[in-house]
Design a protein around this ligand. Sequence first.
Ligand code: GLU
Length: 375
Amino acid sequence: MKSLRQTNLEHVKLVVVKLGSAVLTDNGHLEFSFFKRFASEIAELRRQGYRFIVVTSGAVAAGLEALGFKAPPLTIPEKQACAAVGQLRLMRQYEQEFATHGQVVAQVLLTADDIRNRRRYLNARNTLTALLGAEVLPLVNENDTVVVREIKFGDNDNLAALLTSLAEVDLLLMLTDLDGVYNCDPKAAGEASLIPMIDEVDDGVTAFVCATKSAVGTGGMLSKLEAARKAAAYGIPTVIANGRRPGVMGRVLAGESEGTFFLPRTNRLNCRQHWLAFAVNPCGSLYLDGGAVRALVDRGTSLLPSGVSRVEGGFGVGDPVSCRDLKGREIARGLVTYSALDIEKIAGLHSREIAGRLGYDAGAEVIHRDNLALL
Ligand code: GLU
């Protein structure tokens, strides 16, 4: 009988593979043998019919030496300078190794702003579709030159998670220097055991999983769990496995018990809802009464003015906002039909009273269900 993992992986065709800096560098140098092996494994899997988008870190690490840094630089501009130098070296390495397999590669640099902006999001999607259509292997990294901490994706784990819906992939495969998710720090304690499968990334899971971070990467295990949660919300399984083990990708795709497997959600968000839930930054919050929370969560309805108790923040028509229960827990995100000022005026009213109160009526809903994503 097939395992749950095998059933979830048997239809996989397009995969986002995320490579952390720890997998492809050693002591601040790009590890050439890794690139050679990676290119040959990807080439073989492509012959078997799989297609890939690679999200690759390693630009900062690859630039360290060239700029004369012994340890990772501290200032953000120094890191950006390292990334600008290192990105070239990184791409050159991929290009060289993939060329020996006749595989053309492309560099795709993105920022969180590009994904937040619906038009640029769609442009990025069209470009990726065209690259895949031309049998090119896209190599994606964050455009480090133009972003600082506050406006970053956070890390490439998050970028990879957002690509699941942007590029409509079937699997998120995150390769790191650990064998998967452990119940405590495997590098510190001898007792740590690998967790083969995680049904759902909830607070319970994040609380007992250790937050180990490698010295060169930026994400750590918590950001990988968060990425797996985002992929699961789009109905996509995730595997976290050790990228330093030869043949790991092939074994994962064959459904073998390699690394940690994360089950996808069955009540998945659609592409637009996934973008709404995870790519946009809310401009304010609407606090909903118990009845409205139940209607949204249990019945998937639109949000009506009668369910709104309080408005927070200044936002305009079409802006993204958080929907919260009265305890402040965020339950959904959506795009509003009315401005913050107008929602304050109609909060608690029946929809048929909108025109009388505002002098116009843009619809019965404060947020239409098509513009709403449950978290
Ligand atoms: N963009 C960074 C780099 O290429 C890495 C960010 C990350 O590791 O998440 O070095």
